[in-house]
Design a protein around this ligand. Structure first.
Ligand SMILES: *Cc1c(COP(=O)(O)O)cnc(C)c1O
Length: 477
């Protein structure tokens, strides 16, 4: 290493670690949601790159004074917005080592340990979720990519690799149809467009009052399409929808898929993690029918973004769909090893297994279960407080760590429009305070505030404080 780099590392390596430790320690002093206007941060940065080298001191200083104030603090324990993207000390430390190694882990030979560690930790995850023995895992960057991979595998299986060879041609193959509930995540529509099915061929199946897909409606839609000469290709079920963590019933949906020979993909991006608890494993009942399943350790398993766990029954579905073999990537070992470049969309791959390995070892299954169990209990407790206050309405069943609610005192007989305005104001006021961060959705057209308990260090006091702020703010509505 060049001398100058060594010096920078010794000085700033230590300084950065000190800063990180202090940040973690004092994160509650920061407003959860960034308090900046659009354009404010860019206006403080030079519009042209520097000609001359700059000192690390100057760069670090700008990081602290320009960048950090423009950040929303996802690791703040009062972050209750969206779904979490939580992290932890062992994960951050592993990311540092990953960056130092700087490896590009596309094939076994380019980093044998990265490939083999990924095989091992993905099998650990399989065991932790009690997935069937014949499920085989690979790490993808996001659930969106995982689902796109599943859609492409489904497309190739149902057309016997015809689209890979000839592309979609007019009239051949016939219209391929994808099914998902009306509550499905937007990444499915995106995947359907990218994979060439066309949005018109995505059937959004009605959900019941609990926002879960109605299997009888799914079967009706499949039969209609078959009668019309279309080819059902893939069903996507969700374990924990993004709006309300609704649970599509995997068993009946899986049986329908088997009867009609349709690829069955299960999206458990957030809620999959809960299945590491024996008492919550029922969330995955029926998973044995799935061809593929994804959940995100980067959401709710204390592993830095990005780390999405994709499992499938038949890894050949991936390799036959994605395999490419240019001369410059051939090695003598190709028959004996896994080359993960053929298990997904990008060629280049980060060493993501390392942080997952650190996290699982650091907490142990016991420690991970304890944290998840705490989040579930806190969500239940928040739900019970809401139920006791007649000014508030629970908007969906609480199945894991998300509580959907709104302010709606019966004696005020507010219209839907008034309710939307009032609840939007309530949410904005809570977020402006900097003390907590919640986001919203619409459930059956009704404006709904979502509170998700999922940050690594969220404790009872944070949920309690959030509830106190909500009650206080409701006085002036
Ligand atoms: C968050 C989420 C996704 C997308 O996750 P990414 O990893 O950001 O692509 C997909 N499906 C569901 C149900 C989600 O909640």
């Amino acid at each position: 290493m060049l001398k100058v780099d060594e010096e920078i590392f010794l000085k700033y390596g230590h300084e950065f670690i000190d800063w990180i430790a202090d940040y973690m320690d004092h994160i509650e002093d920061y407003p959860v949601m960034a308090k900046v206007e659009p354009g404010e941060i860019a206006s403080r940065l030079p519009t042209a790159p520097p000609d001359e080298p700059e000192s690390m001191e100057a760069i670090f200083n700008d990081f602290k004074h320009i960048i950090v104030p423009g950040m929303t603090h996802w690791q703040h324990p009062s972050f209750f917005a969206y779904f979490p993207a939580n992290s932890s000390a062992p994960s951050v430390l592993a990311e540092l080592l990953t960056a130092a190694l700087g490896a590009q882990c596309m094939i076994w030979q380019t980093s044998p340990a990265a490939t083999e560690l990924e095989e091992v930790v993905m099998d650990w995850l399989r065991q932790m979720l009690n997935l069937p023995d014949n499920f085989c895992g690979v790490i993808q960057d996001t659930a969106s990519t995982s689902t796109l991979a599943a859609l492409l595998c489904a497309r190739e299986r149902v057309t016997n690799f015809d689209v890979n060879l000839h592309g979609f041609k007019k009239g051949s193959p016939r219209d391929l149809i994808i099914y998902a509930s009306e509550e499905v995540h937007s990444s499915i529509e995106k995947g359907v467009k990218i994979a060439g099915f066309g949005k018109d061929n995505l059937r959004l199946i009605p959900a019941g009052p609990d926002f879960a897909m109605l299997p009888e409606e799914l079967e009706k839609a499949i039969e209609n399409d078959k009668k019309a000469g279309r080819l059902p290709c893939c069903v996507v079920a969700t374990v924990g929808t993004t709006s309300s963590t609704a649970m599509d019933p995997l068993k009946p949906i899986g049986e329908i898929c088997e009867r009609h020979r349709i690829w069955f993909h299960v999206d458990g991006a957030l809620a999959g993690t809960a299945a590491i608890l024996p008492e919550m494993r029922h969330l995955l009942d029926g998973i044995e029918h799935a061809d593929s399943f994804v959940f995100n350790p980067h959401k709710w398993m204390f592993t830095n973004f990005d780390c999405s766990a994709y499992f499938c029954k038949d890894p050949k579905s991936l390799t036959s769909t994605f395999e490419i073999l240019p001369e410059y990537l051939k090695t003598d070992l190709d028959r004996r090893v896994k080359n993960f470049r053929d298990w997904g969309i990008p060629l280049g791959r980060r060493f993501r297994a390392l942080k997952l390995w650190f996290v699982i070892r650091h907490f142990g299954i016991k420690g991970l279960r304890e944290k998840i169990r705490t989040h579930l209990e806190l969500a239940r407790e928040f739900e019970s407080w809401l139920r006791e206050d007649p000014r508030f309405e629970l908007m969906a069943p609480v199945s894991v760590n998300l509580v959907c609610f709104r302010y709606n005192p019966p004696e005020r007989s507010l219209t839907e429009e008034e309710l939307e305005n009032i609840n939007k104001n309530l949410m904005d006021e809570l977020n402006r305070s900097g003390n907590m961060y919640v986001t919203h959705t619409k459930l059956k057209e009704k404006f709904t505030i979502r509170l998700v308990v999922g940050q690594t260090n969220t404790g009872r006091e944070h949920v309690q404080r959030a509830w106190a702020s909500i009650q206080e703010a409701a006085k002036d509505l």
